[in-house]
Design a binder for this molecule. Structure first.
Ligand code: DC
Length: 229
């Protein structure tokens, strides 16, 4: 334990900027819990698709969120969740979820509820949370805010490499690039909590850095900030 006060580290940035890997590594090094906030929007999208709820119908999506029992649990240093008792697991990474999640994440009523769920994770102790609005909306008062970025071409290359590891993928870098551009546009132009650099966030351009270096930078800043207290 580095301090007696609760510490929340916010890591935001566009898709495939390396947030997940960096946030996981930093959380492990600091011995904090890791929270993937995008997984919550993805989980709710997965439930909509499974129940035939049109993800472009904001009222229907909100209704589904309201009748879903949401519960957190901690496993191996990560804060995870169940929806009506079910862990969506790897299904949140499926292509249909990927294609519809920006619609669900753009619904203001859904965001209000998810922000409430996300804030509740502090009951598990210190954490590193990654997403798009963690430093701007979820934990705007934390002094530990980071905004990760990388050139769009590099992000597409990284995401393509990741996808090649899943046997089902036959996509190309160009297709991944186009899909990332679409999602970035949606995430940055939506009316509620668009992706933005939070006030006071440290911007890290990871185009020429490996995840280890970025994570070390985050850990160093957090440890440095804590010893100054
Ligand atoms: O980080 P990700 O790819 O798992 O995010 C999935 C979607 O959810 C993406 O469209 C951005 C959105 N999202 C968001 O709006 N706010 C967050 N805090 C996290 C993700």
């Amino acid at each position: 334990m580095l301090s007696n006060t609760l510490i929340t580290v916010a890591i935001d940035g566009p898709s495939a900027s390396g947030k997940s890997t960096v946030a996981r590594k930093a959380a492990r090094a600091l011995n904090f819990n890791y929270v993937d906030s995008g997984a919550v929007y993805r989980g709710l999208t997965w439930k909509c698709l499974r129940e035939g709820v049109d993800t472009e119908d904001a009222a229907a999506v909100t209704e589904l969120v309201d009748r879903t029992r949401f519960e957190w649990f901690v496993e191996a240093g990560a804060v995870r969740f169940t929806l009506d008792g079910e862990d969506p697991g790897a299904q949140v990474r499926s292509v249909p979820v990927q294609e519809h999640v920006s619609d669900v994440a753009a619904v203001p009523e859904v965001r209000t509820r998810v922000v409430r769920f996300l804030r509740d994770t502090t009951r598990f102790g210190n954490l590193v949370m990654e997403g798009r609005d963690i430093g701007t909306v979820v934990f705007p008062d934390t002094p530990y805010k980071f905004y990760l970025d990388a050139d769009p071409e590099e992000r597409a290359r990284r995401r393509h490499q990741e996808m090649l590891k899943s046997a089902a993928s036959d996509t190309t870098v160009d297709k991944v690039f186009a899909s990332l551009q679409r999602r970035d546009r949606k995430d940055s132009t939506r009316k509620t909590a668009p992706l933005q650099i939070a006030l006071g966030a440290q911007v890290i351009d990871s185009t020429t850095m490996v995840a280890e270096e970025v994570a070390n930078l985050v850990v160093k800043q957090v440890r440095g900030g804590l010893t100054e207290q």
